[in-house]
Design a protein. Structure first.
Length: 193
């Protein structure tokens, strides 16, 4: 009887200690605190697969948030803020080796750039790699058909913040100059949950 009790207790402990998510979740471990993000592979499969491959490969270990956009450093066009991060300033050689990802627009995914949305940064379609941004406030100009980037194709949204918007706002309000943080905010790592 005692063995049965111990086995049942162990099963309950194990099942309670592992969160079960329908969609993958990742944790950004930053200097200011943790940010948990839910990813949507059914809506943006290529983007999520690429991002998770970078997470699993350890690309984001010792990376950073390095850019912020606010109404103070760009003309107001509906922008209420975003923070951008990745390996641009910490591992540029690796960034250059990563092939571009097929662009999955918000028209295809059905996602929109609401507050907390994570999306890939890009120049032309198919050039997005490891760099990402997180929207603070609703940012419809980044959706398909929006005016944020001359071609109207928008950016590839692929997830949303579950917890940690307070950390994101703290990063957004850090001292910056010409859209770049005066002191980059370290990302110790991004890991799967």
């Amino acid at each position: 009887m005692r063995k049965l009790f111990i086995i049942l207790a162990a099963i309950i402990f194990i099942s309670c200690s592992h969160a079960k998510y329908t969609n993958p979740h990742v944790m950004f471990k930053t200097f200011y605190g943790d940010i948990e993000v839910e990813l949507f592979p059914e809506k943006a499969p290529k983007t999520v697969a690429a991002f998770l491959s970078y997470v699993d490969s350890g690309y984001y270990k010792n990376s950073s948030f390095y850019r912020v956009i606010t109404n103070e450093n760009v003309p107001p066009d509906g922008n209420t803020g975003l923070i951008q991060g990745g390996i641009f300033s910490t591992n540029y050689k690796k960034l250059e080796e990563i092939p571009g990802i097929v662009h999955e627009s918000t028209k295809e995914s059905g996602l929109t750039h609401e507050s907390g949305t994570i999306s890939l940064a890009r120049t032309k379609p198919g050039t997005a790699r490891s760099e990402f941004f997180i929207a603070v406030g609703n940012q419809k100009q980044f959706d398909y058909g929006g005016a944020a980037y001359g071609d109207g194709l928008g950016f590839a949204a692929f997830g949303t913040v579950v917890t940690g918007m307070n950390v994101i706002k703290q990063i957004l309000n850090s001292p910056s100059r010409n859209q770049f943080l005066r002191t980059e905010i370290r990302i110790d790592n991004i890991v799967r949950l």
